[in-house]
Ligand binder design. Structure first.
Ligand SMILES: Nc1ncnc2c1ncn2[C@@H]1O[C@H](COP(=O)(O)OP(=O)(O)OP(=O)(O)O)[C@@H](O)[C@H]1O
Length: 258
């Protein structure tokens, strides 16, 4: 479904990604781990078509993402959504949260996600369905982001991310800004939604335990290069790259400044 072929991305002549190739199959969850600055978020931005790349190409369902513009890019983007690390930054502070949840549906009036069945219901009713999907009480719908906890805000961002029923959800450090007690709840929610909606995930994280819990396969980035890709069950295999072994031995958390 997603194919990244020999991609190189330079920022001011310095490589952020060098010759990276990977794929994600339908319904599969691929973890991306690596230290800060290894190129994880850059990969996400390229897949979303937000930035040009310098070499290689990225195909989604057989279509070259970087070659698309305007409405063609928009129709691909409907199928690829992202949940960011910091939910506060991804929600409009001036809108009651229910409005942020249905904003993508307003941009794509022709899309009828299977969980809505009927698009002739009000926007607020659509938001109500999405609130239920992510385990939030509808009593929170009229609140503003600053009136919610970090975990509640991340659920809102996830509701927004799934609102168009994407086939690929990019989760960029979705739990690292949250209290440890809330992290497991959000991971469980993401896992349930993946099964319910039959999505694929690109799950970017510093937290090897989280990636192990969420993903079928894991790719390891180091200084912009892919050094290891393996099935999650093979994480402790002797064949692992020395860098992967060092990350695991370091205690499961890849060093991260933020
Ligand atoms: N817009 C940009 N302009 C210049 N350099 C950039 C830009 N975005 C990223 N970089 C550089 O590209 C490299 C990879 O950055 P990237 O954000 O992809 O890493 P990361 O693995 O996601 O890091 P983190 O875990 O800290 O988010 C870094 O050296 C970074 O400084």
């Amino acid at each position: 479904m997603l194919e990244v072929n020999a991609v190189t991305k330079l920022y001011r002549s310095k490589p952020a990604l060098t010759d990276v190739s990977l794929y994600v199959n339908p319904g599969e969850s691929l973890g991306i781990i690596g230290e800060s600055g290894s190129g994880k978020s850059t990969l996400g931005k390229l897949i979303l078509g937000l930035e040009p790349l310098d070499k290689g190409d990225i195909h989604f369902r057989g279509v070259n993402i970087q070659a698309q513009k305007g409405s063609a890019l928009k129709s691909i983007r409907r199928h690829i959504q992202i949940v960011f690390q910091n939910p506060t930054g991804s929600l409009n502070p001036k809108l009651p949260v229910w409005k942020s949840v249905v904003e993508p549906l307003e941009n794509y009036p022709e899309v009828v996600p299977s969980f809505l069945k009927d698009r002739n219901i009000s926007k607020k009713s659509m938001a109500r369905v999405l609130f239920h999907q992510v385990g939030l009480s509808e009593e929170l719908m009229d609140r503003y982001p600053h009136q919610l906890s970090g975990g509640q805000k991340q659920r809102i961002a996830i509701a927004r991310g799934i609102s168009l029923e994407p086939s690929l959800l990019i989760c960029d450090e979705p739990t690292s800004s949250l209290d440890v007690s809330v992290q497991a709840q959000i991971l469980n929610l993401l896992k349930e939604l993946k099964n319910d909606l039959n999505m694929s995930y690109l799950f970017i994280s510093h937290d090897i335990a989280a990636v192990q819990f969420m993903c079928d396969r894991i790719a390891v980035l180091k200084d912009g290069s892919l050094v290891d890709v393996f099935k999650t069950e093979d994480i402790f295999s002797e064949e692992r790259h020395p860098y992967t072994k060092a990350l695991i031995e370091a205690g499961g958390q890849v060093p991260c400044p933020g």
